[in-house]
Design a protein around this ligand. Structure first.
Ligand code: C5P
Length: 408
């Protein structure tokens, strides 16, 4: 039994789906889980603490300011004693509180003090789920490393209402809990538990004026694949991403940036780290003076000059820092003399390893690495190089993470 002896803290918030939390407790216990429950005021409007207590056979906690409850097992200890925290059902209101770090009741205070994996199963009316405010909150929480299960699509409790917002079935939530608690062990990936990994991904956009910018064709796919694999391997991952059209993987801290300067600042703010993988295609130059208003075309035949300055080299800066991660990996996107340039880059930047690839588009004889799903890379270190056959970016990520886990 996967959950045997695992301590699970279940936070039940208010909503018509709260009744399903009772079945969830039974299912978690059937698999050997030890369940403690925290209920919000809203939850108690839908199901009674007595039913919850009877099913989990542990006292229900609901009051941040109750001297006995706080004395016996305080809000900090509730999280420390747990292997996993589940919020089910999570109402729209509660997601908003979590996203903003509010802590005005026991349930929200426990989550703010939480340092364990957190699985959230939302349930709400489809319009509430689709509302831009909820979308923002969910995105924020995913960026904070929260795992989500559901909601499902189907009929709602309210008559004539259908759409996405139903709480996932208890057994589906149980499966997600089991996956979370066992993922690193089940996977054949190397172990990176306890390691903090910093990853940059995607292009940077360097503004020219309020509507125009300098960019490149990087999709961010290789960096995102690396981030996902590192999470699966059990690492604490911070992904610093330029503007991309990719859904961020669950379970990591996401920092979105636009420019190279912002990316450098985000990298500095995210230290210390054990490993840094700089997969971003950082723009080499930025526009000297960004125009405050849209630059007008001017007279026919007039060409507006663009004055550029060199951007900070994030990789080089990081490698020279006092609290440099013990393993720093750079990428080299080239269209010619791939190995030669990669070797120069390795020493010029002070990295431990350069992953070099040919980014020539198909029309220039390449495989279309930028934007595509496949890659051909060469791993360049001070000891020499290894050339890998063409494979998916996901497979490159798995193989690279395996190499890194052996080195760290
Ligand atoms: O010099 P070049 O852009 O080819 O170097 C590529 C490597 O350096 C990548 O790992 C990239 O993320 C990093 N880089 C950087 N800051 C820059 C330019 C590149 O971190 N301004």
């Amino acid at each position: 039994m996967v959950l045997n002896g695992k301590n699970i803290l279940l936070v039940i918030t208010g909503g018509i789906a709260a009744y399903k939390a009772l079945d969830l407790i039974r299912r978690l216990r059937e698999r050997g889980g030890v369940i403690r429950c925290v209920m919000t005021k809203g939850a108690k409007e839908f199901i009674t603490p007595l039913s919850v207590q009877a099913l989990c056979e542990n006292p229900v906690m609901d009051d941040l300011f109750n001297l006995t409850q706080e004395d016996e097992i305080g809000h900090i200890r509730l999280s420390r004693a747990a292997d996993l925290v589940i919020v089910a059902p999570a109402s729209a209101d509660f997601l908003a509180k979590m996203a903003h770090g509010l802590a005005d009741d026991l349930a929200s205070a426990v989550l703010l003090a939480n340092n364990k994996p957190l699985l959230v199963a939302p349930a709400m009316n489809p319009h509430m789920w689709a509302h831009p405010a909820t979308r923002r909150n969910v995105e924020q929480l995913k960026g904070d490393g929260v795992f989500f299960i559901g909601p499902e699509t189907g009929e709602m409790a309210e008559r004539n209402e259908a759409g996405t917002g139903r709480l996932s079935e208890p057994l589906t939530i149980v499966q997600a809990a089991e996956d979370l608690l066992t993922a690193p062990k089940r996977s054949c990936l190397p172990k990176l538990e306890g390691k903090k990994i910093l990853i940059t991904a995607g292009p940077t956009h360097e503004p020219i004026d309020p509507v125009r910018y300098i960019a490149n064709r990087s999709s961010g796919k290789q960096g995102y694949a690396l981030a996902e694999v590192c999470v699966e391997a059990g690492a604490a991952v911070t992904l610093i991403s330029g503007p991309v059209n990719l859904a961020p993987p669950d379970g990591l801290v996401l920092k979105k940036v636009e420019t190279a300067s912002e990316m450098l600042q985000a990298v500095k703010d995210s230290l210390p780290a054990d490993i840094a993988i700089m997969a971003a295609a950082v723009a080499d130059w930025r526009v000297d003076k960004v125009a405050m208003d849209k630059i007008k075309k001017g007279e026919e035949g007039y060409v507006a000059p663009l004055f550029l300055s060199e951007n900070p080299d994030i990789l080089k800066t990081l490698c020279a820092m006092e609290n440099r991660p013990s393993l720093v990996v750079g990428f080299a996107a080239e269209t010619e003399k791939i190995l030669e340039y990669a070797q120069i880059k390795l020493s010029k930047k002070g990295a431990d390893m350069i992953v070099a690839n040919n980014v020539a588009p198909k029309s220039f004889g390449g495989i279309g690495v930028m934007g595509g799903d496949r890659n051909i890379v060469h791993l360049v270190t001070a000891d020499g190089h290894e050339s890998w056959k063409e494979m998916t970016k996901n497979d490159v990520a798995k193989r690279l993470v395996t190499v890194l886990a052996e080195k760290i």
